[in-house]
Write a protein that binds this ligand. Structure first.
Ligand SMILES: [Zn+2]
Length: 62
């Protein structure tokens, strides 16, 4: 499992997401960004996506 915190890429936001893999997290983060931060697809630049991937943390599932 991987988790991601929105605040780790600079938003003043307490959103976190935990999913099986980075593709699922990206999907959820893009939905969240569009809904809660008024982002659109063009705002998810390769550098933002790299930044998001770099902030994902491994979570042990018990
Ligand atoms: Zn957020």
């Amino acid at each position: 499992m991987l988790s991601f915190k929105c605040s780790d890429v600079g938003f003043d936001c307490n959103y976190t997401v935990t999913e099986d893999n980075d593709a699922e997290i990206m999907k959820k983060v893009m939905e969240h960004g569009k809904r809660d931060h008024n982002l659109n697809s063009n705002d998810f630049t390769p550098s933002l996506i790299d930044n998001i991937r770099g902030k994902m943390q491994k979570v042990e599932d018990n």
